[in-house]
Ligand binder design. Structure first.
Ligand SMILES: [Zn+2]
Length: 121
């Protein structure tokens, strides 16, 4: 289950950002996951829920996953198409001279943090 390794890396990165910005709590983490990336979103969420309990700043963090559609580009007819439907072969001209444009991202898109709390609250 390599999702766990990726989750740990992501959490490390977010923890570091939180430390650097003197953030107490990260409330929401938004990530973009390409649909042909090595990540299974459900597994990723499960690993995240497990791993966040062991963190300093992410214990109340919600995970939002945005799944990005995979698109392949054909160098012969300059067309694009859905990767998950046609794979490496262009449905327009039948060429195999294609490459993935988008779809294997695993990117931290943004984080939301708690407002600094006041002692008078
Ligand atoms: Zn083509």
């Amino acid at each position: 289950m390599h999702e766990l390794g990726i989750v740990v890396n992501v959490i490390d990165e977010v923890e570091k950002v939180a430390e650097d910005n003197k953030v107490d709590k990260v409330l929401r983490l938004t990530m973009e996951i390409g649909e042909v990336s090595a990540i299974v979103p459900d597994l990723f969420s499960d690993c995240f829920e497990w791993a966040k309990k062991r963190t300093k700043h992410l214990t109340d963090c919600e995970l939002e996953l945005i799944v990005l559609e995979a698109v392949t580009y054909c160098q012969d007819c300059k067309g694009t198409y859905r990767t998950t439907k046609y794979g490496k072969t262009c449905p327009h001209c039948g060429s195999g001279n294609t490459y993935l444009l988008t779809g294997n991202e695993v990117t931290i898109k943004g984080i939301s943090v708690a407002e600094p709390t006041s002692d008078n609250a």
